[in-house]
Design a protein around this ligand. Structure first.
Ligand code: THU
Length: 128
């Protein structure tokens, strides 16, 4: 799917963000190697540490649907020009990388998609 479309879906799902405590809304849309897409938004909690990021929710959705390899992760926040994934999400994204196809992180800058390979955002990610 085109990066612009992935960002549109991330934008749409950011409207569902449950960001009652930070007011920082995030939507994520992942494209799996099957070509299917999965979305997620951040979900906070009164017990702050239980909150989860949009990216990990989208990835959990993909995994629950049987996916094991991701191609792209688009991230959008109405509160930030370039919404980079946090460190924890970078490691989770890294887990589902196909060795022949570095996962592309798709962000929006000035209304246009910009991409970063996950390996640039997380060099030397942890592997077992
Ligand atoms: N957040 C995400 O959903 N993704 C990120 O990569 C960065 C942070 C969320 C977590 C929390 O609900 C809010 O943004 C503020 O940190």
């Amino acid at each position: 799917m085109e990066n612009k479309e992935l960002l549109e879906k991330a934008k749409e799902v950011s409207k569902s963000a449950y960001a009652k405590y930070s007011n920082f809304c995030v939507g994520a849309c992942v494209e799996a190697s099957s070509g299917k897409i999965y979305v997620g938004c951040n979900m906070e909690n009164a017990s702050y540490g239980l909150g989860i990021c949009a990216e990990r929710n989208a990835i959990a959705n993909a995994i629950a649907n049987g996916e094991r390899e991701l191609r792209k992760v688009a991230i959008y926040s109405p509160n930030s020009e370039l919404c980079f994934p946090c460190g924890a999400c970078r490691q989770v994204i890294f887990e589902f990388q196909n060795k022949d196809y570095p996962i592309e992180i798709v962000l929006e800058s000035k209304g246009e998609p910009v991409t970063y390979p996950i390996n640039d955002l997380l060099p030397y990610g942890f592997v077992l």
